[in-house]
Design a protein around this ligand. Structure first.
Ligand SMILES: Nc1ncnc2c1ncn2[C@@H]1O[C@H](COP(=O)(O)OP(=O)(O)OP(=O)(O)O)[C@@H](O)[C@H]1O
Ligand SMILES: [Mg+2]
Length: 271
């Protein structure tokens, strides 16, 4: 694959700060590790968990990292990238993922989903891990559907592990009185905080090493500026770093200095 001029300019072997980063290559900061540990706990205990964080904080990559570590022979992961599929959608997704044709009538469909979940564990010895991303978009009726699923088997044991992943408003939604029953079933919750400046510096270095550059490339004051611009949020920091690298290459610089960082800020904050 050919490299963009700015990638080649800095002697990088591949484009840094890529979205499609492999789970094994993720930067293992503490908040990331803790999120992965909680997700893994939910899987092992068949429990319900909530992971929240601001846009671009690293929620979905923590799910990817946790899922990559699971034994595929013993787990059936059902990943819902976006729950904007209305009522019934949750049950239909579960039923289809477990290899059946969804029944039409609502009560039957729910019973079918419940039975399939139970059978997966009891007969196929596979634990279902239901992950709902963008869970702050779940409608009240969908949260109620989820609650009914966790209710099956008269609470003796949950037939699946459930992870709700979403923006910080999700916690508020769940705390609303009507969902108290679901809220109480949540065994663990974790909020992925933004990176501090030390983590941002290490994060930038990590991505550059992945791209084949061992020596420092960003000056300290440039790092500080990019960190402030991004508020320590990884996706925003990716964008800021790329903008600063492009500015540096355009100006023929060997290092990304504060002037490059200022150009990145101007580019990313323009109206
Ligand atoms: N630990 C990490 N190591 C390397 N890159 C990371 C890490 N965390 C986040 N990133 C980068 O930041 C981007 C955004 O992360 P992610 O998609 O997980 O955010 P999110 O919290 O799910 O955001 P959204 O709310 O928009 O869904 C990723 O595509 C990746 O490039
Ligand atoms: Mg996400």
């Amino acid at each position: 694959m050919s490299r963009a001029p700015w990638v080649a300019h800095f002697g990088l072997k591949r484009t840094p700060f890529s979205k499609s980063i492999d789970a094994k290559d993720l930067f293992s900061r503490q908040a990331h590790q803790e999120a992965v540990a909680r997700i893994t706990f939910c899987v092992v205990e068949s429990a319900l968990g909530v992971v929240t964080g601001d846009v671009g904080a690293g929620k979905t990559v923590s799910v990817r990292a946790a899922v990559a570590a699971l034994d595929p022979a013993r787990h059936q992961v059902i990943y819902i990238a976006n729950p904007a599929f209305g009522t019934r959608g949750l049950y239909v997704t579960i039923v289809r993922a477990l290899g059946a044709e969804p029944r039409y009538q609502r009560a039957e469909l729910m019973a079918q989903a419940t039975d399939l979940l139970a059978a997966e564990e009891a007969e196929r010895h596979r634990r279902v891990v239901l992950i709902c991303d963008e869970a702050h978009l779940l409608e009240p009726a969908q949260l109620e559907e989820l609650r009914l699923l966790t209710n099956a088997d008269m609470d003796s044991a949950s037939a699946f592990a459930g992870i709700l992943v979403g923006q910080p408003t999700l916690n508020r939604q769940l705390r609303m009185g009507v969902f108290a029953a679901l809220d109480q079933r949540i065994a663990t919750r974790f909020s992925i905080k933004p990176m501090d400046i030390g983590e941002s510096a290490a994060y930038l270095r990590h991505h550059l090493v992945l791209a084949g550059r061992e020596e420092p490339l960003f000056a300290d004051d440039a790092i500080a500026r990019l960190h402030r611009l991004s508020n320590g949020l990884p996706r925003m920091l990716n964008n800021a770093a790329i903008a600063a690298l492009i500015a540096g290459a355009a100006d023929g610089k060997d290092l990304v200095d504060d002037a490059c960082a200022k150009k990145a800020v101007a580019e990313l904050t323009q109206d």
